[in-house]
Design a protein around this ligand. Sequence first.
Ligand SMILES: *Cc1c(COP(=O)(O)O)cnc(C)c1O
Length: 412
Amino acid sequence: MDYKILATKYGTPLYIYDFDYIKSRYLALKNAFSARKSLVCFAVKANSNLSVLKFLANLGSGFDCVSIGEVRRALLAGANAYKIIFSGVGKKDEELKEALQNNILMINLESPAEMLRLENIAKELKKQARISIRVNPNVDAKTHPYISTGLNENKFGVEISEAKKMYLYAKKSEWLQPYGIHFHIGSQLTELAPIIEAANIVSNIMSELKALEIDIKFFDVGGGIGVIYENENEISLYDYAQGILGALKGQDVTVICEPGRFLTANAGVFLTKVLYQKLNSKKRFVIVDGAMNDLIRPSLYNAHHGISVVSKQNGEISNENSVQNLNEISKADVVGPICESSDFLAKNVDLPELKNGDLLLVKSAGAYGFSMSSNYNSRLRCAEVALENGTDRLIRRRESFEYLIALEREFI
Ligand SMILES: *Cc1c(COP(=O)(O)O)cnc(C)c1O
């Protein structure tokens, strides 16, 4: 792909997503579970662009949503309502109501209090609510503490004993229908053992529920499959699926998984332009036009994103090791224009001499990139472009200043 042409056509900074890659990942995951009924529910928070959602919906994907805004996005993108799950620790009454009215597959409950709210709302609407309960299996996912969610010290899910009580309550309720069971122990998982351990724990709960005549139809293993940003261990999809299916021996359920990052992280790059170089006695800084408001993962999680230079000759990415004259390469921090010391995209990376106008590619930026972006420093959120079958198309316009101030202007 000629990134120089894309930069000229759409401007920078710019997110670019390879839809063919998303498709190959989706199909690989479906294929891994082919021995069973399965439903892949893309975690919308990872990349909520409508065109990405529409592309996935057309492949048959379902969606895991954590706000009614995400549910609306999924529906707007053409998702089948019966493939939408609504999760999250703090759903509001209006959100629960709208989710029920839209007949989504199920509402994933995260506390007994929430269950009682939902029961009331279902009763008001005279509509039975299909529920799932997010169980906290108390398994250490061995990932970054900010994205680890499966321990009792985390705010997510309910403890096993509590979950059983909730299912019993729901079974007796006229307005609640136990439908699924859910866990999600964390993100960017690079070890299989914790997921399989959790799957076995939750599968056992399901057997116990069955003995109580509570019939669970969907076994939801959450998302969290890790991807390679740098040199991480990648979980084998085959082993992942086999491990989960192994935990489900003798159980007649549909497996749901909720990948976010797995489907889109490495489909995306963030293209940014060099503004200046700056040297001080300690450091070399490459100042670019993209910043933490566009891609916050480095600042938020100290996340690593590979950086490569778009070479001058042909606009193709050059391999980091073969960049121009090796003598010119030195360590640099790639930083943005925002007034925060944490505004960096990469630290201590090897880069050749660069000048104003050179382009850098920040890799693995297709998940939790644009979807976590903001307008901090009154920066306009950048454009997004899709690549499909060798052609590029705009899927989100760059924001304008008028758009930025639209909700304030009338008050001055
Ligand atoms: C964040 C999240 C996901 C997706 O996580 P990834 O690491 O992007 O796969 C799936 N399910 C739930 C409940 C989540 O909170």
